[in-house]
Design a binder for this molecule. Sequence first.
Ligand code: GLC
Length: 740
Amino acid sequence: MKKVYFLLTIAALGINVHGQKTVDQKVAELLSKMTLEEKVGQMVQYSGFEYATGPQQSNSAAVLEEIKKGKVGSMLNVAGADETRAFQKLAQQSRLKIPLLFGQDVIHGYRTTFPVNLGQAASWDLAMIEKSERIAATEASAYGIHWTFAPMVDIARDPRWGRVMEGSGEDTYLGTQIGLARIKGFQGKGLGSLDAVMACAKHFAAYGAAVGGRDYNSVDMSLRQLNETYLSPFKAAAEAGVATFMNSFNDINGIPATANQYIQRALLKGKWNYKGFVVSDWGSIGEMIPHGYSKDANEAAEKAILGGSDMDMESRVYMAELPKLVKEGKIDVRLVDDAAGRILTKKFEMGLFDDPYRFSNEKRQKEQTDNPENRKFGREFGSKSIVLLKNKGNILPLSKSVKTVALIGPFGKETVANHGFWSIAFKDDNQRIISQFDGIKNQLDKNSTLLYAKGCNVDDQDKSMFAEAVETAKKADVVIMTLGEGHDMSGEAKSRSNIGFSGVQEDLLKEIAKTGKPVVLMINAGRPLIFNWAADNIPAITYNWWLGTEAGNSIADVLFGAVNPGGKLPMSFPRTEGQIPIYYNHYNTGRPAKNNTDRNYVSAYIDLDNDPKFPFGYGLSYTDFKYSDMSLSSANLKGNQTLNISVTVSNTGKYDGEEVVQLYIRDLFGKVVRPVKELKGFRKVFIKKGESRKIDFNLTPEDLKFFDDDLNYDWESGEFDMMVGTNSQDVQTKRINWIK
Ligand code: GLC
């Protein structure tokens, strides 16, 4: 406890001595005028009356009254120039006229939606990811939004967890780079710019490690694993100046994140010296009661403020209990001053005290309602997110003059489904979305025919549409199947124990395959699915995720070859749920399997091949890339030198294309066991057919560091394998020695 007050004193001094002097003094002056209730009011966030993304408690009339009394600091799910202006006017009726912050889940685009985040991660294109958030911020801020609850930087190794769709997959390095690109995109030229929104690193922390992939479930792991795998993206986000954090619903080693002083006080606000603020996730302060960590709201409020949660999203516990706790002397008012101060600091930085209505601008909103430039980018980004898993006999790309194409499957004519989960600002614009059918139709020659049959529903046992689908397939020269999981079958509270094709989709595929027609399978999903029969029997397979507003055009651009797919999987795809968790950067164990079928007293299952169906980093192209001449600047290094690793990549196929060249390392021996591979770099390169590119990577000892059992973060002398390749399995390896 003393440590908490000590940290606060330093922080308080920091506000006056080291930090942004002007803002800090303004905050201090304002705090000195505020009543305790007004300070706690800044720590309260309610949801607007639409788009509730959690158990809705908001009573609109009472909330509006609280705003007028200065007892609300922020609203989420209030958007639009008119609506934000109206709410801001209510806040201007309060005694101190402190403006509201408006937050919303701008997760993968706003008015223009982009691929679901796991699909974006499959592009491995940091520049496009950053640009997509720049566009999202421009559109959202034009709708009066100050703050997005993104990026989600939860590392996740379990595809049963539905929220893998909004993250960057299983790898800490890739997830960190993508998280940083998103923050740069959202915050742009800096808080206060009219097209910048505050970003929010979430969910702090280790939410993706929920036991069994069951949402909201417990997390229990060593502090070493927590720091090495799950906290690194958050630490990087804090260092990059992310405006806010959001904590997570789960308990970590028995203590709910909302009250977890280790992650929020000792690390985030202490060691990492973070100056932004932490918002609780929806109702999570109150949820410490069902967690069994607080016996009532009063104890929940006490533990949450001690734990470093600054703003209470929708649990109403802070307003009800914090003033009492301070008046009873159980909570030091300095904790409230620090939390309210952090929130007020962001409001000053956003320029809201200068002009509370500066983001509520009808003209700007109109410009960003259906921006064609943003759609054009979305179309390109969608194509870049598609992963080509199989193309036996080079069925793809298709010719635009193919006489008759049959599109079969439950997603072919879907519109809003293409947005995927976590798309908010589209409810009025079904007509703006390019369906798969329309996208394909747009590109086929005018004397070609596009047939369509739904074939089956997404998730029931109805086979009554099979016959029509089979008849449709028989009339076609090529069949494009569109199967997978519904857009609302991944996302929050969407854990699945079975991640195969739902309903009778696989039965339909088998019936269509029996016609003997060439079949291209497109898979729509927000997570890795299991589709072994298709993977073994269907000649061409693309993994399309959910691609957003321009989905149909993005897909057609790939199907007909305008874009040569270059996506790579950001997660390992299991053969069965029984393999989960399965991830590439595992430890070797004392009895590693020698190969895929080794069963002889080794760490393996006796009833299936040990490797994933498709490995991390995997993705094909319409062309072929050959790797040669891997070389190292030295095989023996000492101290703080730089190691250069180079490789030549040649495009030996018939199409220009993009390749993601991946660099992995292995630390062969350590004071704790080390993963068999760790991604430490990647280059997405465009290589024309017949040309070659020399690709360079540079590593320093910083890249070799890891957490040991005493949580020291350092590197050790020893042998290391350097590996470069097209995915986490197909690599070339060279060994080096690096002495401290
Ligand atoms: C949800 C989600 C969180 C989101 C918040 C506000 O429950 O967990 O990611 O930002 O509530 O919608």
